[in-house]
Ligand binder design. Structure first.
Ligand code: SF4
Length: 205
């Protein structure tokens, strides 16, 4: 099946209980649900195998949520792919009914759906984000692939709310080159923090 419009069913590429490696919740145990499908097209994407949703089976939200509950987690991170290609209202309703915290990681390229305890907005140059994410997100995470991305990050940061957490993260393959630039940027712009992909250093998913 490649497309189902019923929000009770979602294409799951993989799901697993691990440690959130990046951003505000870095170091926190979390159950990840990675939905298949993305048309944002980041050249440096490290999950290109997620792009084609037709490869993945669709599961009922009750089945997805049961596995999350059984893992023992308190926090669920819904990611992709681009998870907001789908209506996520049924998924978050079911997760929250089980007492689980709902976090999402999104490029902001599709309309917000679902009820989220934490929205990590990670805009990409390759597909313009929607304006609603600046006001509604708790966290801005910009992946820096080259020097011009620092200015691009600032342009997004000024649109966020006063309470939003701002993170700059070096793209993994450019980590050696970008980290010193990010360190310098954060020292000059103390409203920002550094996010590292600590799960890759720990060699965990
Ligand atoms: Fe990859 Fe995420 Fe970019 Fe989609 S938005 S191409 S999944 S990095």
């Amino acid at each position: 099946m490649s497309e189902i419009s019923d929000p009770e069913y979602l294409p799951v590429m993989e799901s697993f209980y691990t440690i959130q490696g990046e951003g505000f919740y870095s170091g926190t145990p979390a159950y990840f649900i990675r939905l298949g499908g993305c048309d944002v097209g980041c050249v440096w994407c490290d999950v290109k195998e997620s792009w084609d949703a037709s490869q993945f089976d669709w599961f009922h939200v009750d089945e997805i949520v049961k596995e999350a509950v059984d893992s023992g987690t308190r926090i669920v991170v819904v990611t992709g792919g681009e998870p907001l290609m789908y209506d996520l209202s049924a998924l978050t309703r079911s997760l929250q009914a089980q007492g689980l915290q709902t976090n999402i990681e999104t490029s902001g390229a599709y309309p917000l759906s679902g009820n989220w305890d934490w929205i990590c907005f990670s805009p990409k140059k390759f597909k313009k984000p929607l304006d609603e994410f600046y006001a509604n997100s708790h966290e801005l995470k910009v992946v820096a692939f080259n020097k011009s991305d620092l200015k691009w990050a600032e342009d997004h940061g000024v649109k966020m709310t006063n309470t939003a957490q701002l993170f700059l993260q070096p793209e993994w393959s450019k980590e050696k080159e970008m980290t010193p630039l990010i360190v310098d940027f954060v020292k000059r712009n103390p409203g920002w923090k550094i996010s590292l992909q600590t799960h890759k250093y720990m060699d965990i998913p």
